[in-house]
Write a protein of this length. Structure first.
Length: 152
C-alpha cells in the first residue's frame, strides 16, 4: 500500500535545510578529528619503527667493524704463518744440505742427470697417509694444533 503523501510546510523545509547545514558543518571537524587521530597514531608507530631500525643499523655497523678487524687479524696471522713456513723450509733445506753434502753435490753433477744412469739419489719425501676422503674438521684442527706446537 502506498503511503499517504505528506505535505511539508515551508517552515519544515527550512528546519530540514538548517539541520542538514548543521550536520554538514559538524561533519568536517569530525572527519578531520578522526583522520588526524588515526594519522597521529600511525605516525607514532612509524617513529617507533624508525627508532628500532636506527638501533639495528648501529648494531650492524658495529658488527661489520668487528668483522673487518677480525679479518685484518686473520690476514696478519696468515702472513706471519706463511713467513714462518718459508723461513722454516729454508732452514730445513740448509740443514739438509749441510748434513748430506755429497747428495747435494750429486744432484748437481752432470753424471746424475745423464740418461745412462737410471738411479738418482734418494729424495726425502714425507708421505701423508690418506683415507681417500676429504679431511674432516677434526683432522684439520689436529693438524693446526700440530703445526702450532712446532713454533712454541
Amino acid at each position: 500500500m502506498p503511503s499517504p503523501s505528506r505535505e511539508f510546510s515551508p517552515e519544515d523545509l527550512d528546519d530540514l535545510a538548517n539541520d542538514l547545514k548543521d550536520i554538514q558543518e559538524g561533519l568536517a571537524p569530525s572527519i578531520h578529528y578522526f583522520i588526524s587521530f588515526q594519522t597521529g597514531a600511525l605516525l607514532d608507530h612509524l617513529d617507533e619503527v624508525r627508532d628500532a631500525l636506527d638501533l639495528q643499523l648501529i648494531n650492524l655497523t658495529e658488527m661489520l667493524d668487528r668483522l673487518k678487524r677480525g679479518l685484518d687479524q686473520v690476514k696478519a696471522i696468515r702472513k706471519t704463518v706463511k713467513a714462518e713456513e718459508n723461513e722454516t723450509s729454508e732452514d730445513e733445506e740448509v740443514k739438509e744440505s749441510e748434513q748430506h753434502p755429497h747428495q747435494h753435490h750429486a744432484t748437481k753433477s752432470p753424471v746424475a742427470k745423464s740418461p745412462k744412469h737410471r738411479f738418482s739419489p734418494a729424495a726425502k719425501v714425507k708421505v701423508q697417509e690418506s683415507d681417500g676422503d676429504a679431511d674432516s674438521e677434526r683432522e684439520i684442527e689436529a693438524e693446526k694444533e700440530d703445526f702450532e706446537t712446532l713454533f712454541q
